[in-house]
Design a protein around this ligand. Sequence first.
Ligand code: A2P
Length: 285
Amino acid sequence: MTVPTLTLNSGRTMPQLGLGMWQASNEETEAAVTAALGSGYRLIDTAQVYANEEGVGRALAATTVPREELFITTKLWNADQGYDEALAAFDASMERLGLETLDLYLIHWPLGDAERRLATWRALVALQEQGRVASIGVSNFYPSQIQELVDATGVVPALNQIELHPHFPQWVARAFHNDLGIVTQSWSPLGGSTGGLWEKRGKPNSLLTDPVIAEIAEAHGKSPAQVLIRWHLQNGLAVIPKSVDPERIAQNIDVMDFRLTGGDLERIAAISTGERFGLDPYENV
Ligand code: A2P
């Protein structure tokens, strides 16, 4: 399975499609990452706050896939924002992952305190300069918050990982990212976890059951999830669908043998509701 790659502003290449691991336990994560590596995935996305970096680490320790083929992302959580705090949190994440160097480190959430956001970013810049992480970026940042980091340090984040799917296509953020050469990576790309946090907040996944997506899927002999993943890929977005089920993990990477037509893309554009499933980054978490 050949997954296309995107080039980050660090010069490094990154698989456009990977496995997201939010809302999975260490045990589920270890099994899912093992299954994913067997299905051809090379990018694994975790985070300190997911509390499953150890599960990722166990799967990586057991794999025969060479380290240089793997692309591992983790993220710094809010409680550890600040310069010294971020450096210590990075060490702790690396310990749990069992890695010497990381491929991509992200600030997970834009704290309300702009000074602390900036101090955190300076810590990530230092880690990159030390060669401990190849690429650095952010998650859930608004364009103005990214601009602040760039203005203060001259260092442009390689990537911004944000909620993005056909209901919430994030045109403004994507245009801003494109102008600065920032890769946009979609979280909740399939509309979020069934039974997960968004559903508990009254926003069940309505994309996997959307009739337009279902019709397009049927026309291509593919599943709704596969159509959604192709939509991200054909829009030039990096995408990290989450699954802990080996069959769905395999299905989600089996998307290189068909293309959505211009008509399909137009129909999908029309189902945008402009509504998030998840939290607005301006909300405190
Ligand atoms: P599961 O882990 O049980 O497979 P997201 O939009 O955050 O990536 O959410 C993915 C959600 O969709 C998860 O609840 C996941 O559940 C489910 N899922 C992942 N892949 C598929 C698929 N191919 N078909 C149906 N549901 C899927």
